[in-house]
Design a binder for this molecule. Structure first.
Ligand code: GLY
Length: 362
């Protein structure tokens, strides 16, 4: 078990990551003194799989536990679901000291964090991520949100959890596609910050895909450290430091949106976005073709797409211009000058962006 601190003054918290650690959750929570009554937001499948394990650990430490399930779909990240859960919490709240547990992937984490930020102007919450993507990325950092029909993540707040508890045991029943999707974010961390991690992935990807505990724990701890450091330096994305986490996301989000959030999941779209960003970096002479090829090889080896299928350039470009990462009408890309080194570049000519995207369309 390893503890990684996210240093944010009064809002600091630990990420505890390891294998088979859920039984120690109650003990960890007791030390935090955040309440007695756990309101667990999850989905039916996860409740079935891990609900009793979680209850046992919490009840052993004297906590009461109430589960609330929402469907396992992005649609649960809505104002309507948040409102209905807040009403349920307020009915349950009488004479209790409630805190929220987000038990699930990114949707559950973002929704629960948003509810925790809004109810009574903020109550404590903790994250127990159950997907690789959530363990390495979305459970850490305090960006919480729900979607509007107009765009994803449009209503939200920066609101940090009090603990992130990442047990790799909870990843065992993920589908291969979900594992690959999480790996896209792992690869992102390596490309933007850690050449050694990139090399480690090149050598150990097979065992990671097989969910071997040792390499899996290592990459989760490694990525958690990178995210903790970046968030600690730029909590609210005001200093341009946190922006590097958006590597591959500008075009990635556009591909996700242009596909109607259907043909590509988040990780797959980000993999394609990272390739476009790498191609753009080469076009601007920041890296050579060898580096792009290395990235492409790793992404392919991880079973992620390297070609965009069944989406037109026009659709991607128009979704790209709707992305909220634009400042006014200027575009902003996280590009790379090598593995582990980024360069934020504004006003990349549209022609170059189009060529880079076109190159990936087949
Ligand atoms: N909740 C994800 C983040 O803050 O980056």
């Amino acid at each position: 078990m390893q503890t990684i601190r996210v240093n944010l003054g009064k809002r600091s918290y630990d990420i505890v990551a390891g294998n088979g650690i859920i039984k120690f959750l109650g003990t960890h929570l007791k030390r935090l003194n955040i309440g007695n009554d756990a309101y667990v937001i999850t989905n039916p499948l996860i409740k079935n799989k891990f609900g009793s394990l979680l209850s046992l650990s919490l009840q052993d430490s004297g906590f009461s536990v109430k589960f609330k399930t929402v469907p396992d779909t992005e649609k649960s990240k809505s104002i309507e679901t948040a409102f209905s859960l807040i009403k349920d919490i307020s009915r349950y709240d009488k004479k209790r000291r409630i805190f929220i547990i987000a038990l699930g992937g990114g949707v559950i984490g973002d929704l629960s964090g948003f509810i925790a930020s809004a109810y009574k102007r903020g109550i404590p919450y903790i994250q127990i991520p159950t997907t690789l993507l959530a363990q390495v990325d979305s459970s850490i950092g305090g960006k919480t949100a729900v979607d509007l029909p107009e765009a994803k993540n449009l209503v939200g707040a920066f609101y940090q959890p009090r603990l992130v508890f990442s047990d790799i045991e909870l990843l065992k029943s993920l589908s291969a596609r979900q594992v690959r999707s999480g790996l896209a974010e792992v690869i992102k961390y390596a490309i933007i910050k850690d050449a050694k991690l990139f090399y480690y992935l090149e050598k150990n990807l097979n065992s990671i895909l097989l969910l071997k505990p040792k390499p899996l724990t290592r990459i989760i701890q490694c990525c958690s450290k990178i995210k903790a450091k970046v968030v600690g330096e730029d909590e609210r994305e005001e200093k341009g430091i946190r922006t590097i986490l958006n590597f591959g996301h500008t075009v990635g989000h556009a591909i996700e949106a242009a596909s109607g959030y259907k043909s590509y999941n988040h990780g797959e779209a980000i993999a394609l976005g990272m390739l476009v960003a790498a191609d753009l970096s080469e076009a601007l002479k920041l890296i050579d073709r060898c580096t792009v090829n290395r990235i492409e090889k790793l992404i392919k080896y991880a079973g992620l797409p390297i070609e965009i299928k069944k989406i037109t350039l026009r659709k991607i470009i128009s979704a790209h211009y709707r992305d909220k990462k634009f400042i006014g009408s200027r575009n902003r890309f996280v590009l790379i000058t090598g593995i582990g080194k980024t360069k934020i570049t504004e006003n990349v000519p549209l022609g170059l962006i189009q060529t880079a995207i076109k190159r990936r369309i087949h």
